[in-house]
Design a protein around this ligand. Structure first.
Ligand code: CA
Length: 379
């Protein structure tokens, strides 16, 4: 592969602490000046990366050419606050169907809501066609925050995780505890957007049939475990109390009735922590309260390539506020932090993907004027 010509620059080579997972790497900058990117995914069967911008743009970065092509026909989005065009994921049968699945904030009913849709990618015309909305999260709300919204395919279905729209009523009536609301929940759909008849709440009066799990605060990362096929996610706590969870059918993940975080405003706990016997699904890993130790997650990926064999099966999660990519050792359902990758770069991490051919680790920044980089083993 002759990829060096377009590389804009290389960063520091950073050795990890000693240990079985130690590995030097270097940082190669592939593109600069990106405007508010939110997601990146590799197009199956290619070395091309599809990316979104919260402004509403869909772009393809060709590793072979080192160039970005903007794709026409993206959905109309509301990019106020934390909204805009969010995740983008190719269908499992992308090679045949060309479907790209997306999430975005859209307007209606006097507010905004997270939308899930898909469109076919026509490479020849650099356009999306056949755009269709598959699911609109209900209810619409007037707060432009905590939309989620990641998508993964697992178990032959589409899973999407949404946020609680930043509701501050920390009681049992909270929207994340309301099975009639899809905010603060994970939904499960067929690839055509239908509600599967074996979803956990389809026969429950007043419940949204799409819901698969609930009691989540703001899901910003999802990934499928490469061996178990389980859906893992990371969600923001309030001030601290961020969590890594494994999604279970019908599970209540506790927000805001159980949390390791504290109220942003008062600094006081507003709920007991997750504990044995409270009826909530506890996280497999959580961060403590407070801004120093918290870990507001962004994108995540299990490492599955050959370039970093020590990291095989372990988990990479972006940390927005503290601006690094966390490497976590995973052993079954045990999760332990190992290293801070890309620490000291000065930009927030938004999403991470593993190159299917080269096994390198691809990362986009968050905010305005941020790069696309990759981590390549060194030494
Ligand atoms: Ca929880």
């Amino acid at each position: 592969m002759t990829t060096r010509a377009f590389i804009l620059g290389t960063g520091l080579s950073t050795a990890l602490a000693t240990g079985a997972l130690a590995q030097d790497y270097r940082i190669e900058v592939l593109a600069e000046g990106l405007d508010r990117p939110w997601a990146l995914s590799f197009l199956p069967g290619t070395s091309d990366i599809v990316m979104t911008s919260r402004s509403g743009a869909v772009m393809i970065f060709s590793i072979d050419e080192g160039a970005i092509t903007e794709i026409a026909g993206a959905p109309e989005v509301d990019s106020r606050g934390q909204g805009g065009l969010l995740d983008i994921v190719p269908a499992p049968d992308f090679a045949d169907s060309g479907w790209l699945y997306m999430t975005w904030a859209g307007t209606g009913q006097g507010g905004t809501s997270t939308h899930v849709g898909r469109a076919r990618l026509d490479r020849d015309s650099a356009a999306l066609t056949d755009l269709e909305v598959l699911h609109v999260v209900t209810p619409f709300m007037d707060m432009p925050a905590h939309y989620g919204a990641r998508i993964v395919f697992a178990d032959g279905h589409l899973f999407a995780g949404f946020g609680d729209r930043n509701r501050k009523d920390f009681g049992p009536g909270h929207i994340a505890q309301d099975l009639g609301s899809e905010n603060g929940a994970v939904i499960r759909l067929t690839p055509d957007g239908e509600i599967p008849p074996d979803n956990p709440f389809v026969d429950q009066d007043g419940a949204a049939g799409a819901i698969f799990s609930f009691g989540h605060r703001n899901i910003q990362a999802m990934a499928v475990h490469p061996e178990t096929g389980a859906v893992w996610l990371a969600e923001h706590g309030e001030a601290g109390g961020d969590e890594i969870n494994i999604v279970t059918r019908g599970g209540n993940y506790g927000w805001p009735l159980a949390s390791f975080g504290v109220d942003y405003r008062s600094g006081q706990a507003f709920a007991p922590p997750h504990q044995e016997g409270d009826g909530f699904v506890a996280p497999v890993y959580h961060w403590p309260a407070g801004r120093d130790a918290h870990f507001p997650p962004s994108g995540m990926a299990f490492y599955t390539g050959d370039a970093f064999p020590q990291w095989q099966g372990h988990l990479l999660v972006g940390n927005l506020f503290h601006r690094y990519l966390g490497l976590f050792a995973v052993d079954g359902e045990s999760v332990e932090p190992v290293a801070r990758l890309l620490d000291g770069q000065g930009w927030r991490i938004r999403d991470v993907a593993i190159g299917p051919d080269d096994g390198f680790i691809y990362v986009i920044g968050d905010g305005e004027n941020v790069p696309l980089v990759r981590l390549v083993p060194d030494g």
